[in-house]
Write a protein that binds this ligand. Structure first.
Ligand code: UD1
Length: 365
């Protein structure tokens, strides 16, 4: 029997594990000896950062919640590691610990599992920004240094792993599970309630998300960003605010009739807004993948990306972190000169089945 611990802690994790669970259930019903236990680390804990994702994406209730949310990076890492280690000591160990993405929960559980001699499977392995100031880059490198089986979203990720000395037969280029979820739920996207009150129409508003410490922890920079976006856009700007960003926004106290702030949105509402936006401005990585697949222009407020295919193949452009670069980007957008993209290889909605298929082969070898 293959017993898999599936680890999830944050919003993007929930989106990535949903199709993997579906695929496990699919193969189990076909008679494969495969089982899973869902471990929520508790890194994201607010209703709209966590519960709404479980509900909308049909993810089963976690078997265990480690309740390790809040605190500094080190406090969070420690709380997750202690919680997961205790759990492993209490019950029979799984054969596999499957982690996704690059968040604190990913790295913390991979470390605990590896030390308990459990095989570590990393979904979305091998992506690199080269930017060591991002906690996610450290999480990626640490996780990949102790991973046994690597599932990747691109050939570039494969190359990074090969250059790191990973053997070719441990690397599986399978595509993108975040896109599996997008493909599955595209026909169910939900128009948010404020769509009508704000009189929004397709391609007639901008969607803004910004949450990275480098962008939001500096009050002046945050104010300059918002000023530049408001000044250079004649259409409404919808801004769902992450809890971390909310504190800064409150202290800036910015108000404008074109700027609409809201709490973090559910998956189906957020992606409805992405699908219909004139463009998305963001410092997220995952959103650049979703805009690429939906063919929506994406303006990324970062100097680098671990997802170069969204720039080379998709609709994404990196404009850096100087608020001055917002003006030319919006001018290009409003002149309708933004590039049209294509969908990267294997981002086809079938990635999770490929992963589980490979795991069955690996474990029966
Ligand atoms: C984390 C990930 C980031 C990912 C993002 C997605 C790490 C290092 N970063 O960043 O890669 O893009 O999730 O959203 O793992 N908070 C709440 N309620 C919540 C969740 C968080 O109030 O439900 C607060 C936390 O207590 C903390 C702050 O928001 O003060 C930041 O949360 P944290 O989980 O540390 O990192 P994110 O910025 O969410």
């Amino acid at each position: 029997m293959m017993n898999i611990d599936i680890i999830a802690g944050t919003r993007p994790n929930f989106i990535k594990i949903a199709p993997i669970i579906d695929a496990i259930v699919f193969y189990k019903e076909k008679g494969e000896l495969i089982n899973f236990r869902l471990i929520h680390t508790g890194q994201h804990y607010d209703k709209n950062m966590s519960d709404s994702f479980f509900l909308q994406l049909g993810i089963p209730a976690p078997d265990v919640n480690l309740g390790a949310g809040g605190g500094t990076q080190a406090e969070q890492t420690a709380a997750i590691m202690i919680g997961y280690e205790r759990l492993l000591n209490e019950k029979e160990n799984p054969n596999i610990c499957l982690v996704v993405g690059d968040v604190t929960s990913t790295m913390a559980c991979a470390l605990v599992a590896k030390k308990a001699n459990i095989k570590v499977v990393h979904v979305e392995a091998g992506i690199r920004s080269g930017d060591w100031t991002m906690p996610e880059e450290i999480n990626r490198i640490v996780t990949d240094s102790i991973t046994d089986y690597f599932f990747t979203t691109s050939e570039t990720a494969n190359l990074h792993l090969l250059n790191q000395g990973i053997k070719k037969d441990k690397i599986y280029f399978v595509g993108n599970t975040m896109i599996d979820t997008l493909v599955k739920f595209k026909s169910s996207f939900l128009q948010p309630e404020f769509w009508n009150t704000l009189k929004l129409t397709t391609s007639n508003y901008l969607l803004l998300t910004i949450h990275r410490p480098a962008n939001v922890d500096d009050k002046d920079k945050m104010r300059d960003y918002l000023d530049a976006i408001i000044l250079n856009s004649t259409i409404p700007i919808i801004f769902p605010v992450h809890p971390r960003t909310a504190k800064v926004i409150e202290s800036i106290g910015i108000k404008n009739e074109r700027l609409f702030l809201t709490t973090p949105l559910s998956y189906l509402e957020f992606n409805f807004l992405t699908q219909h936006a004139k463009a998305v401005l963001t410092d997220s990585g995952g959103i650049t993948e979703e805009t690429t697949v939906m063919g929506v222009p994406c303006i990324t407020l970062r100097d680098n990306t671990e997802r170069p295919e969204t720039v080379e193949i998709g609709t994404n452009e990196l404009i850096g972190t100087d608020p001055k670069s917002i003006k030319p980007a919006l001018e290009k957008l409003f002149a309708n000169e933004w590039k049209k993209g294509q969908i990267p290889e294997l981002w086809d909605g079938k990635t999770a089945k490929r992963i589980v298929n490979h795991l069955i082969d690996i474990m029966s070898a």
